[in-house]
Design a protein around this ligand. Structure first.
Ligand SMILES: NC(=O)c1ccc[n+]([C@@H]2O[C@H](COP(=O)([O-])OP(=O)(O)OC[C@H]3O[C@@H](n4cnc5c(N)ncnc54)[C@H](OP(=O)(O)O)[C@@H]3O)[C@@H](O)[C@H]2O)c1
Length: 325
């Protein structure tokens, strides 16, 4: 099969099509004939050598795929050859074939084409487990996502809105802010020209925000803590602007705040399977009703993976970038 290899750590040019054997499957895995694979920012970090695959995972990049089941391991009960699935994987997505644990596969919703479905797993799993499971966002609460136009942000805005939250976002230009508001954000703040803390304190009558999903880190940490409402929750999923921060801990005490962080990739198959079940029960019906959809910015052929990474590095995309096979 053709797959994309990371020859050595470096820029997009190190992504090269190579011929590799079709991956073997374990008893509880399926082999997917890949129709499309989502591109995620962690893939860029893996390419640069700062986010190595966990032990046992393929060193081919790619954390999510969609396609048809081509073969099932001996202990797989749910799936049959030919089923249309999308799957969260720990690596190996940028390829014609990819192995996936059976519990990390979900049916392609009838309202989505198979290419769009490739843009679903990574952000839907991440948003669900952080915002709803760990962050316990409830109907009527306020929610802020930084990087609102990212793959993660466009998913988080729609999901939080569908579950009845008041949604706010930040983004780096007017076009991105307008996209966030079209997706359901009540107000998207262009952080380059406005102070998001002041704007959102004003819009919530000084109460602050109940749940914040942040990928920026650095100086945002303290600004997020200052913006949280009583009993507020901060979910940290990346540190694009720096891993070190200083906050006023007294505010944590007085406001009874919760700060949590996680990475999805390092979690066990059982944990990812539990997230998949919850998504199928709680979120798939909303996708079937067309209330939530992946926002696909553009697609590239698999062999042009380097161009897909260049586009993501330019930061001009809104939503997901997908590779088609
Ligand atoms: N912890 C987890 O389990 C998990 C899982 C998946 C993804 N993630 C993380 O979530 C983030 C979003 O992923 P994605 O695939 O949705 O990426 P993406 O589409 O490329 O989005 C990144 C966003 O971050 C904003 N941004 C703010 N500061 C930035 C900076 N210093 N450098 C680059 N971008 C900056 C950009 O928007 P503006 O132009 O508006 O600034 C952009 O929209 C990534 O950092 C990724 O590693 C974490």
């Amino acid at each position: 099969m053709i797959a994309i290899a990371i020859g050595r750590p470096g820029g997009p040019e190190v992504l090269q099509p190579v011929e590799l054997p079709v991956p073997p499957i374990r008893p509880r895995e399926v082999l997917i004939r890949v129709a499309a694979a989502g591109v995620n920012r962690p893939d860029l970090m893996q390419r640069e050598g700062t986010y190595p695959p966990p032990p046992g995972a393929s060193d081919v990049p790619g954390l999510e795929v969609s396609g048809c089941v081509a073969a099932c391991g001996a202990e797989v009960e749910r799936w049959r050859e030919g089923d249309r699935v999308c799957a969260l994987v720990s690596g190996g997505g940028y390829a014609e074939y990819c192995a996936a644990p059976d519990v990390q596969c979900l049916p392609v919703p009838s309202t989505l084409d198979v290419v769009s479905a490739a843009g679903v797993p990574e952000t839907f799993f991440t948003v669900w487990t952080n915002v709803f499971e760990r962050g316990r966002l409830r109907d009527g609460e306020s929610f802020l996502v930084h990087g609102g136009s990212s793959g993660i942000g466009t998913t988080a805005i729609q999901m939080a809105r569908a579950f009845g939250a008041r949604v706010f976002a930040t983004a780096g230009n007017e076009e991105k802010c307008a996209a966030c508001e079209r997706l359901g954000a009540e107000r998207a703040v262009n952080y380059k020209i406005e102070d998001f803390g002041a704007v959102l304190m004003g819009l919530t009558d000084g109460r602050g925000i109940d749940v914040i999903l942040d990928m920026v880190g650095g100086a945002y940490f303290s600004r997020n803590v200052d913006l949280l409402a009583l009993e507020g929750r901060l979910l940290q999923i990346a540190v694009l602007q720096g891993a070190r921060a200083e906050i006023n801990l007294v505010r944590l005490l007085r406001q009874r705040l919760t700060v949590a962080g996680s990475t999805l990739r390092s979690r066990t198959v059982a944990e990812k399977g539990a997230i998949a079940s919850a998504l199928e029960r709680m979120v798939w019906p909303l996708v079937e009703e067309r209330r939530i959809r992946p926002v696909i910015h553009t697609t590239f052929p698999l062999t042009a993976a380097a161009d897909a990474h260049r586009l993501m590095e330019s930061g001009t995309h809104i939503g997901k970038i997908v590779l088609t096979v």
